[in-house]
Design a protein around this ligand. Structure first.
Ligand SMILES: [Zn+2]
Length: 148
């Protein structure tokens, strides 16, 4: 039997509210549920492994790739200043303050230390995501013109 321990305490109502709060998009890479058959996941911003709560304020929506690359990380090294900084917090920070799309729309560029560190830690420009975004761009689905 598969353990569902990490998700046991989050009600369907809360899951729905998180989904709505993030407009059915990954809070980190902005991938929309509409363009993926992999269900977006409710993610703990502060991981349960670090005593993060199941409260809505600690939950966001994340694609499987971002969620798995993030793991239990809460901070990472900014590749420019080489200092450790907190990862982007989708509940307290605004995506467009920390990130922007490359001119061709396929890569995420960090505007701040937190943005740059988050790109590295969550591998936001991994080969799969870049390839998929390139296809989305070709049919006019990407990049989004807003953030969450
Ligand atoms: Zn994502």
């Amino acid at each position: 039997m598969v353990s569902r321990m990490s998700t046991r305490y989050i009600s369907e109502l809360i899951r729905q509210r998180v989904r709505e709060a993030f407009d059915d998009r990954c809070a980190y890479c902005l991938s929309s549920q509409r363009y993926s058959n992999s269900k977006l996941e409710v993610e703990h911003i502060i991981p349960k492994a670090l005593d993060g709560s199941d409260d809505e304020s600690n939950l966001c929506l994340s694609c499987r790739l971002c969620n798995s690359f993030k793991g239990a990380q809460v901070d990472a090294t900014d590749p420019v200043s080489l200092t450790a900084v907190p990862l982007f917090n989708p509940r307290t920070q605004t995506w467009l303050d920390h990130f922007q799309w490359s001119r061709d729309g396929v890569r995420i560029i960090g505007k701040t230390a937190t943005g740059r560190a988050t790109i590295v830690a969550l591998q936001l420009n991994n080969d799969i995501s870049v390839m998929v975004r390139r296809n989305w761009v070709s049919v006019g689905w990407h990049p989004p013109t807003d953030s969450i």
